[in-house]
Each structure stands twice: as C-alpha cells, then as structure tokens.
Design a protein. Structure first.
Length: 601
C-alpha cells in the first residue's frame, strides 16, 4: 500500500472487484488478543473492580482492581492458580462479590466458594464451602449478608443428576473455623436468580421460575422476611404469581431507603421499571416507555440500573435502555417520573455501576470496542461533564479506524404482511479501494445465536474483516430476537427454523431489491443457533449460494437430548410438536443443501 494514497479521494483509489481488496484487518488480528468482560463492581471505598479473560492464559478469568491513581497499572487480585468463574446453569457472570475488604468468588476448577482479603498483598483465598471431590456443586449470583455474617447465593447441586440438578438459594457460613454444608433458605422451584438483601438485612428479594419456561417467558418476584435467627419466616409473591398475567420480572434491587425496585414487561410488553409499595402490596410503574430496560437472563449478575444521589441528596436512578436498535444512558427521577437521556459516545450500554460521585458503565459503539468508562454527571443539566475509558477489551482497534464500515439500521418487510424485522447493514469500506460503479458487492448475512439474543451495532473486527475486503455484511435481528419487546420476542415460539429463516431470506431480498448487493452472490453464516438458521436456510430455501455454519445445530432431536437443565425445555418452546423436530432438522435434508447451493463463480 502506498502511504501517499489520499484516503478520502475516490479518484486516487485502486479500482478492483468487490471481494478482492487487500486489508490489514487479518484473521490473526480478528482471533487475536482481545479480552472479554465478565462483571464489574465498585466497593464501598470507590475502587473499581472487574473480571477479565486472559487469552494468553487459556482464557483464565481474573479479578482486577483499577490502579490507585490515574495512569497506574491495574492490579491482579486473583492468584494464578485460581479462575473466577461459576458453571451454575452453564451461565456466565455472577461469580464474585465484594464486601468491604473481602472478596467472595467461585473458583472454576473445583466450583467451591472462596474468601480473600483484597488489601493484604499476596492474600491466599480460603475455601468456605465443602470439597465434594468433583465440581458437582456450584454457586453464583451471591451477596454478603452483614447482619448474620453469611454469604447468600444460588446453589446448583448436580450430585444426583446434572439434568435434574437441585437449585436453591443458600446461606454459607463465612467463618474459617469450620466448613459446613450450606443451609437452604429458599427451595422448591426449578430455578432461582438475583437474591438481594435490603439495607437492614431484614428482607430478601429474589426471582424464581419453573419448567418449561425460560426466565424471559414467565418468572416470579418474591420477597422473604428474615427472622432473628436468620431463618425465612414469611414469603410474599410480589408479581408473577397470577397465571392470567404473563410477565417476566427481573433485576430486583433495594434502594438505599429500603424500597424494592425491579424491571418487568407486565403492562407495556417492554421491560420497564416498577416499584413495590409494600404497605399496600401494590406494584407501581416508575416510568413506562416502549423501550427495553433489561435483557434476557443469559447471564447471572445483570445490572442495567443503579441508584445515585445528586448534590442535594435526592435519590435518582441511572439506567440503560434500548430503543430502535440503540442503547441510551438515562437519569430517572422516580418521584417526578421523568427520564433525562445523557449523551454519550457509546451506542451500546449493558452494565451500570455507581461509584463515588460517578458512574462506571460497560459499553461500546461502532468504532469503540467493549470498554469500561467512568462518567461524571452534571445532574442539573442532565449531561456528562467527563467521560473517560478506564479499560478496553482491545487497544489496537483505533489503528484501523479508517477501514471501519459504519452500520446502518434497516427495517425490512417480512414474509408476514404488515410485520417488519430489523438488521444492521455494513457496506464495503476500504480507504484504498473501490469497485466499478456497475458492480454490486457480494453479501454475507449473519444470523445471531440464542436465538433469544440480539445483535448490536458495535465494533466487531470479524465484520470489518469482510467489509474491508469488499463484502457487504448484514447482521439480522430476526423475529424472536430481544430488544424489541415481548411481542417481537415471541414471534419465534413454535416457529424456530421458520421465522428466523424467512426473515433472513426477506432481509437478503430487501437488500437486493434496494440495489445494495448482488443477488447472485448471497451467502449466510451463523454460530450455534445462528448456525442452525444457516443450515436450515441452505436446506429449505434457494436464497443463498453458500453458507458457513459455525458449531451449528443440524439435528434438533439430538440437541434436545443433550440440553442441560437450564435449556432442557427451551427447544420445546421454540420448535413445538414432535414431528417438527424432524421436519426442521437440516441433517435429514443434506441433499437439498447440495441442490440449493450453487457455485459462486
């Protein structure tokens, strides 16, 4: 490449066919040293902590503390022989909790809970749960109960059967003198999450649900009253117990004043904030908007809002919400019922944690990789007065910014009249090359996993690898994706392999009809559930010329047999009747793939 080539001058660009362009965004760069984030926390002293993956240590997850002064190197808290990760329900997140100077965490190798002093240099983690020989008992989503000096967590016990494991909320003695079996506080349901103590330790809130539901289908919010001996004396189902009302409450949290807030899709069909009026046992909406203030619970420890105070000690709520494909940070006044958006460079915000006179947010954008940023706010003017990135999953992305393709949110018609679906379109982009005006670029359509997940318009070098070489990419949020409310999410129930496939085909056709891509060069790819959609699209339609299924699903019956407990009824909800398991399994129709796929040349 010539360093003298003007990057913004089309006249000076090299004319070459789409797909043949050279790019410095290599496969080694894409699969290289990016780190992943698995939770952030701020202790009572205002210190920021996070769990990051270490690619050069076989993906070990390490708890890290931010340096004392700006510019100081972060400090590893986790000793090299430990890994901060829980396998409860095969979900990520919720593997640690910080209380004062003490860290509690799940160790990946043995799944025991450990206690560790944070301030003491070279402190050795001490186990607080029994050693069962093999890691068949795991813990997640824990909180410290200072009233009784115990740790409260979700426990999954697989000693009898991994497919029929027993899940409970347990209390764990944190004294080192003797390791005892945890004591069950709440039991009887198939699943639990979000055990949260009120500021005085007198009440505990939690979420529970049962088969065949997933937590985003139907769940219940409960509150239990704690007796003088630490026992659960009384329980109240706050929401979700009415079988006539379908809702999925999530993220219960007690305010500093002891009021219970939570998120539910009970009235609007979107996950909005609510408050429980304990004296009247009524649920009051805090703010209602056709936007998602939460996401499906694919991870423990999700935290999309937190409590803050302005300079007048007025209680406010900092929250993230998603609307029309974009995330926002907002400051919500629960008394005035007003929501003030805060302008930030991030278009994706997933986690919010309050610091001392600041917020720490986990976010990203089309040009920024996943990062943790410190945000200082002017509450009176509802704006950020300072925004700085304190941790980034990749420090090398900025060097390739001139090659990045910017996503365009598109809404396209589906095969169902009157129903639309959504996607992010990335046109080819390279500062050195351009194609002939008569040529249309080839298209690679991406189908996300889950399938109850959502693709976001954030920096992905895997996308930029293709666009910088002259391919167009479209990342589809087919019916069934999250981010657009319950009604959109439920489009896929009983229709997996139909709705997702049809929406992907409709999206490709829409781009062809719009003149954005070449209709003779359409390809599809996806991972896991997206890999299934890829295979199904190749087997049952003639839209795509080629595809790549990455650890995808070819046999739905086999998938059902091998599901772990958390997802063991998931496919029943998605597929429906027994015959559909065969009729929608690409493995039985591999011949059709050969017939439908043609040579790209």
């Amino acid at each position: 490449m010539s360093s003298t080539t003007p990057e913004n001058s089309n006249d000076a660009k090299i004319i070459a066919p789409y797909g043949s362009w050279k790019s410095p965004i290599t496969s080694d760069l894409v699969s290289g040293s990016d780190k992943f984030l698995f939770g952030i926390s701020v202790d009572c002293f205002g210190h920021l902590f996070w769990v990051e993956s270490r690619p050069n240590e076989s993906g070990r997850l390490v708890l890290v503390k931010q340096g004392e002064k700006e510019g100081d190197k972060p400090i590893d808290i986790t000793p090299k022989e430990f890994c901060v990760r829980s396998v409860t329900h095969q979900l990520q997140g919720g593997a640690f909790c910080i209380s004062g100077d003490t860290l509690f965490f799940s160790n990946y190798k043995d799944q025991r809970l450990y206690r560790q002093s944070i301030s003491s240099k070279d402190s050795t983690p001490v186990p607080i749960t029994p050693d069962h020989g093999t890691p068949l008992v795991s813990y997640a989503d824990g909180v410290f109960d200072s009233r009784f000096n115990r740790y409260i967590a979700v426990q999954e016990d697989c000693r009898e059967s991994s497919m029929n494991s027993i899940t409970t909320i347990v209390s764990i003695n944190v004294d080192n003198e003797s390791i005892q079996e945890p004591e069950a506080l709440v039991a009887g349901s198939d699943f639990y999450a979000f055990p949260r103590m009120d500021p005085k330790g007198e009440r505990m809130a939690w979420i529970q649900w049962n088969h065949p539901d997933m937590p985003w289908d139907r769940s219940e919010l409960w509150v239990g009253y704690i007796g003088d001996e630490g026992e659960m004396q009384k329980r109240i189902c706050v929401v979700g117990g009415d079988q006539m009302v379908v809702e999925s409450p999530t993220q219960p949290k007690w305010s500093p004043q002891g009021e219970l807030f939570f998120i539910s899709d009970r009235e609007t069909g979107f996950w909005n904030l609510y408050k429980w009026a304990e004296s009247t046992n009524l649920v009051v909406p805090v703010f209602q908007l056709d936007a998602e203030f939460a996401r499906p619970m694919w991870n423990f420890g999700m935290n999309s809002y937190d409590f803050i105070e302005d300079k007048d000690q007025k209680s406010l709520i900092a929250c993230s919400y998603s609307q029309n494909g974009k995330s926002y940070l907002g400051i919500l006044d629960p008394v005035q019922c007003t929501l003030s958006p805060i302008d930030l460079p991030f278009t994706e915000i997933s986690t919010i944690t309050s610091g001392i006179h600041c917020l720490y947010i986990e976010g990203a954008s089309a040009v920024d990789p996943l990062s943790i940023s410190k945000v200082t706010l002017d509450y009176q003017k509802s704006k950020a007065v300072d925004f700085r990135i304190t941790w980034s999953s990749s420090r090398i992305c900025s060097a390739y910014k001139s090659y990045f393709s910017m996503p365009e949110l598109i809404e396209f018609p589906t095969s169902v009249p009157g129903l639309s679906a959504y996607a992010y379109f990335y046109p080819p982009s390279n500062p050195i090359y351009q194609a002939n005006p008569e040529e249309k670029p080839p298209l690679l359509l991406k189908s996300h996993g889950g399938p109850t997940l959502e693709t976001r318009a954030i920096l992905n070098l895997g996308v930029q690898y293709w666009t910088s070489r002259g391919w167009a990419i479209v990342d589809v949020n087919y019916g069934g994706s999250s981010g657009y409310g319950r009604r959109y999410r439920e489009r896929i129930l009983g229709q997996w392999g139909i709705v997702d496939v049809n929406d992907c085909c409709s999206c490709a056709k829409f781009l062809v009809d719009s003149g954005k891509v070449d209709g003779e060069r359409l390809c599809i790819t996806g991972e896991s559930a997206g890999g299934y959609t890829t295979l199904a699209a190749l087997a049952f339609t003639e839209t795509f010329k080629a595809g790549a299924s990455l650890f995808g699903i070819a046999d739905l019956n086999l998938l059902k047999e091998e599901m772990h407990k958390f997802e063991s009824h998931y496919t029943d909800n998605l597929v429906g009747s027994g015959s559909a398991y065969f009729e929608r399994s690409p493995e039985g129709f591999m011949g059709k793939i050969s017939e439908n796929v043609n040579d790209l040349s």
